[in-house]
Design a protein around this ligand. Sequence first.
Ligand SMILES: Nc1ncnc2c1ncn2[C@@H]1O[C@H](COP(=O)(O)OP(=O)(O)O)[C@@H](O)[C@H]1O
Ligand SMILES: O=P(O)(O)OC[C@H]1O[C@](O)(COP(=O)(O)O)[C@@H](O)[C@@H]1O
Ligand SMILES: [Mg+2]
Length: 322
Amino acid sequence: MHRVNRIGVLTSGGDAPGMNAAVRAIVRKGIYHGLQVVGIRRGFLGLLKKEFVRFSLGSVADIIHRGGTFLHTARCEEFKTEQGQREALKNLQDEGIDGLVVIGGEGSMHGALALAEYGMTVVGIPATIDNDLTGTELSIGFDTAVNNVVDAINKIRDTATSHERVFIIEVMGRKTGHIALFAGLSGGAESILIPEEPLNMDEVIFKLQRGMNRGKLHSIIVVAEGATGGMAVGEEIRRRTGLETRITILGHLQRGGMPTAMDRVLASRMGAKAVDLLREGVSKQMVGIMAQQLVAVDLEEVLDQKRELDRSIWELAAILAI
Ligand SMILES: Nc1ncnc2c1ncn2[C@@H]1O[C@H](COP(=O)(O)OP(=O)(O)O)[C@@H](O)[C@H]1O
Ligand SMILES: O=P(O)(O)OC[C@H]1O[C@](O)(COP(=O)(O)O)[C@@H](O)[C@@H]1O
Ligand SMILES: [Mg+2]
């Protein structure tokens, strides 16, 4: 068994609530097993700049409930180059790090794989509000982001019904509609526009007109940023129906705030699992959760596939909004 002694951990890409709980789990589980744990600040950027911090048990006190990432995060173009990756590897080796945990989304998993291909022992942990990674049913941060959006929808609903207005709520998700789908269903949206389905404004208008025929003048429409712009949807509805529309782009509100208990549990379990995998000498794997069981999945396979969206949930949302 390849024995690791000193493991490094970094958070990368868009921050996701629960990243702190994952780092805490890695530090505590690592130290529990007699390992040294080193934090790398600012993701791959910090790795290139040698921003190392030696962790103790106390370093991760009082962070389990905090959103964001206390290690800071970054997006780093230089790391995408071969030269950048070689330099990153050298910095890890100079620091005596023989196992690395990369916490982040799809882009970060590409970075993790690159370092593993240069010979570093690397395990990934999926953390992105977008939930767009394959190999796991859930990524850290998704549950909190969905709850943030639902919280916003509940509030917007109060004013939408009072004024009898159509509200268009644009949510994040990059090229995917997972946040829109889950928040739209839980928030009782009339229509959910996602990039995985063709944009059908006639259908959206038809539903609004059906509502108008029974005297319903307020509506919530959730639009994934990857589907189309919320502004364009609002304008078209106003033009074609005469209904009063308002557009809310939730933006980074979705990504902040206390992680839900579900995200904290997921992050704690995944962090501990990553340490176990490193102790077993496993590399090029990502921790995932499937049917509530932790699994280790091949990073190459994860990055080879495009995540499918559960179409039946989208269809259900449409039926329930009848
Ligand atoms: N193909 C790639 N090869 C190596 N590193 C990558 C690759 N794609 C992204 N990265 C690194 O991961 C960082 C985070 O990726 P990004 O897509 O912004 O966020 P996320 O990991 O949350 O999806 C990038 O800034 C870059 O440093
Ligand atoms: O924080 P930025 O740079 O504005 O990026 C916004 C993007 O980051 C996200 O919030 C999260 O994406 P990643 O997890 O892939 O970084 C996307 O939903 C959104 O499109
Ligand atoms: Mg991503």
